[in-house]
Design a protein around this ligand. Structure first.
Ligand SMILES: NC(=O)c1ccc[n+]([C@@H]2O[C@H](COP(=O)([O-])OP(=O)(O)OC[C@H]3O[C@@H](n4cnc5c(N)ncnc54)[C@H](O)[C@@H]3O)[C@@H](O)[C@H]2O)c1
Length: 333
């Protein structure tokens, strides 16, 4: 099976590319490299440098493919609030070019990287896939808009789409050779690990008056390799002729921010003090996934998503130098 992975030079995409190759798939990567890194792309994959909105690049990349894993996108919530237009352009409008080229090439199978941000502030937890979609930021809105476009394409021309709504993705390839390198980094685990790596002994946690066991927000972390397993399961379901579906991807376990910081201290063997800052606007108290449907529809379950394993793997990546960025290539984060 030959799969086009868009965004395959980014965090989630690069890990998924390697996992697909290891499972015997052929892989083509389409990435603009705007926010990804060439060195993250496994040498066994073919790399087309280009944009998801560029018809010719998409056509070239789709050649001889059976299915698409669409990971390309912008992911920074704060940036989406400052510049909503570029989020709708990149996450919702440009991928319409991908869909039209798939239709032209007769490729009717796609797995899409969506997000728990489509739910917004949940009424019930754990969140299941029938919960109302009420995003509270343009990032979530842009992902919701593309989910709707997939639904329309399913109706119009029979596209089969497996939509995967990730909760908090974290961790790294277990030997630390591939991992998260966002710039700026906004995710909790890498930010705490960066502080520890750089000898900073105090870390600010946003808000300590939430209705949770220790007053800090509760989140559901999913290991990026578990995500890669789900991508593969979704692609293989479609290749067997299966229908599309929508599934949450989370571990079903919630950890408070303080538990996460403590685990980072434990894994690294270093101490870090917590300072409490104000709440961040739009941060729900608790976001935990119901993953029953992913188990039922994809035969998937999380295997590496306990917090200790996630942090241990992420630390291996940070200590390993993140493609040598610590030696001068790092742009920030
Ligand atoms: N990382 C998370 O915690 C998380 C959580 C929920 C959902 N997601 C979704 O997963 C996907 C991947 O996230 P990530 O953390 O790997 O992000 P990332 O920024 O590390 O990777 C995204 C990749 O897409 C590429 N890209 C962006 N726009 C493109 C375009 N128009 N054409 C071609 N390439 C383009 C970038 O260059 C980059 O390599 C995103 O769609 C994101 O919305 C991520």
């Amino acid at each position: 099976m030959r799969t086009l992975v868009t965004g395959g030079a980014g965090y989630v995409g690069s890990v998924s590319v390697r996992a697909l190759l290891d499972a015997g798939h052929e892989v083509v990567v389409l990435d603009s490299l705007e926010r990804g890194r060439r060195e993250a792309v496994d040498g066994r994959a073919e790399l087309v440098v280009g944009d998801v909105g560029d018809r010719d690049a998409v056509r070239e990349a789709l050649c001889c493919c059976d299915a698409v894993l669409h990971c390309a996108g912008y992911i920074d919530v704060a940036e989406s609030v400052r510049s909503p237009d570029i989020y709708f352009e990149n996450n919702a409008r440009k991928p319409l070019v991908l869909l039209s080229q798939m239709r032209e090439a007769g490729i009717d199978a796609i797995v899409f990287s969506s997000t728990a941000a489509v739910y917004g502030e949940p009424e019930l937890t754990p969140i299941d896939e029938d919960a109302p979609l009420r995003p509270v930021n343009p990032y979530g809105e842009s992902k919701k808009a593309f989910e709707a476009a997939l639904g329309e394409a399913s109706q119009e021309w029979g596209l089969r789409a497996v939509v995967l709504r990730y909760f908090n993705v974290a961790g790294a390839w277990p030997d630390g050779s591939l991992g998260e390198a966002h710039d700026p980094e906004t995710h909790l685990i890498p930010r705490v690990l960066h502080a520890l790596r750089d000898g900073i002994r105090e870390f600010e946690v946003y808000g300590h008056d939430y209705p949770t066991p220790d007053g800090t927000c509760v989140r559901d972390y999913i290991h990026v390799c578990d995500l890669a397993d789900a991508h593969r399961a979704g692609l293989e379901r479609l290749m067997r002729g299966g229908s599309g579906c929508i599934c949450n991807l989370g571990s079903g376990a919630g950890y408070t921010n303080l538990q996460v910081v403590a685990m980072c201290g434990q894994v690294t063997g270093q101490e870090i003090r917590v300072r409490f800052g104000p709440r961040r606007a739009g941060d729900p108290a608790v976001l935990v996934a119901s993953w029953e449907r992913a188990r039922r529809e994809l035969g998937w379950r999380a295997r590496r998503s306990d917090l200790a394993t996630i942090v241990r793997d992420a630390w291996a990546w940070e200590r390993g130098g993140r493609f040598g960025q610590r030696d001068g290539m790092r742009r920030g984060g």
